[in-house]
Design a protein around this ligand. Structure first.
Ligand code: NDP
Length: 387
């Protein structure tokens, strides 16, 4: 039996992961499931899948979780330290699907078992790519990408020599506001930006798709995961979301990965790797699809892309600042304190604030440095000075 844990089990990626695990439940020994606010779902899944422990990140909900698990034999725990302790329980495979920078520390701890970390939490790589990769190497652990674009690149690279790669191209749908007139964007509300044309995802990543901050994160993730220089990474808008990424090789060949927009593909690939197993995902009928469109992202509509390139080029702690400012700006937008288009302005202002400060280029970076600058950049983003 494979020992598995799912961090962020109550979220969109977590639920898709549990769906695949539950289909073959006798093959897995579920160790830890974690969530935050959705206690009923966390408890129900932990009981259904006979998990050892269920952890909520929210300490105030421990009583509620204990009640929900009462008599089931599943342990209950709460808080940031409990998440780390859950990550310390040995596993062969661990899904990192907490949303935001909160996913970094548990993911790092899970690497210590030398198993596989299926990484959906792109924030980990954006904030602390070098730390994560070094920790994986130190403990002989494997990180497998779960973002559909990076899973696609990973698959296109199987059997290829690293120096054969000329360019990596990741696609993006352009998000829910892609066809809005530019002048209307400042009036977009969270509910406008929070619906995606093709993917069914959590609210935060869906809004990040509309601003293309998500694609900016993925560009940085590409650099950190595959070690590709910024000049060798591109993004293109592909409204149908059927082609997830392409790799261009030095002989001019382009290897593309296509599939239905269903995260269970990338999750299942990471779960069963190096095998390919049957997955309950729709098959594409290309004659029905008919047409695939591609267009360059408009920098005026998607300033997040330019910011991401600046972060990739500069390196150091810029990724941690970028992510913290982006998350804090998104909180302000969700609270209706700033406009949709103000999010990129805030992130730009915060990055500019740090530019020239030596802390940004500290080498090597440590988890403490990342967490300190994360806290500081969030506070700065919320302050009126950055308005
Ligand atoms: P969701 O918002 O759907 O789920 C987030 C999960 O994290 C939930 O289990 C939530 O608990 C938990 N959580 C929230 N806040 C905290 C916290 N402070 N500490 C610990 N746990 C917390 O997110 P998604 O599933 O959409 O995304 C998860 C990650 O995967 C993100 O990094 C995202 O960028 C990435 N990703 C997502 C894709 C998708 O299709 N959804 C695609 C590719 C990557 P609760 O719900 O109980 O409050």
């Amino acid at each position: 039996m494979r020992r598995v844990s799912v961090f962020g089990a109550t979220g969109s990626i977590g639920q898709n992961t549990l769906d695949l695990i539950a289909r073959d439940a006798q093959a897995y020994d579920v160790i830890a499931l974690t969530g935050a606010g959705n206690i009923d779902l966390l408890a129900a899944d932990a009981i259904r899948l006979r998990a050892e422990v269920a952890v909520t990140a929210d300490e105030t909900r421990l009583g509620q979780l204990k009640d929900a698990l009462s008599g089931s034999g599943v342990e209950a725990a709460a808080g940031a330290e409990a998440l780390l302790q859950a990550a310390d329980r040995p596993t062969d495979w661990c899904m990192s699907a907490i949303v935001g920078a909160a996913g970094l520390a548990p993911g790092l701890r899970a690497l210590r078992h030398g198993g596989t970390l299926a990484l959906a939490n792109k924030e980990s790589l954006v904030c602390a790519g070098p730390i994560l990769m070094a920790e994986a190497a130190r403990y002989g652990a494997r990180i497998l990408p779960v973002d559909s674009e990076h899973s696609a690149v990973f698959q296109a690279l199987v059997g290829e020599a690293p120096d054969a790669v000329e360019k990596i191209i990741i696609t993006g749908s352009g998000g829910g506001l892609r066809d809005w007139p530019l002048e209307r964007l400042p009036s977009a509300k969270p509910e406008d930006a929070g619906s995606h044309p093709n993917w069914d995802m959590g609210q935060r990543i869906t809004i990040d798709s509309a601003s293309m901050f998500n694609k900016g994160m993925e560009l940085i993730e590409t650099k950190e995961f595959f070690g590709t220089p910024p000049g060798g990474i591109e993004t293109v808008i592909h409204p149908q979301s059927l082609m997830h990424a392409l790799v261009q090789f030095r002989d001019g060949a382009l290897m593309a990965h296509l599939g239905a927009p269903d995260m269970r593909h990338a999750i299942g690939y990471a779960l069963h790797w190096p095998e390919r197993r049957d997955l309950p995902v729709a098959r594409l009928d290309l004659a029905t699809v008919g047409q695939l469109d591609f267009l360059a992202p408009d920098p005026a509509r998607y300033p997040a892309i330019g910011l991401a390139y600046a972060v990739m080029q500069g390196g150091g702690l810029r990724g941690a600042v970028f992510n913290a400012a982006k998350e804090a700006a998104l909180d302000l937008f969700l609270d209706r304190q700033i406009a949709f288009t103000d999010m990129a302005r805030r992130v730009d202002a915060v990055l500019n604030h740090y530019e020239g400060q030596s802390c940004l280029d500290a080498a090597p970076i440590t988890l403490d440095m990342v967490q300190d600058i994360d806290r500081e950049a969030r506070a700065l983003t919320r302050s009126d000075r950055m308005a």
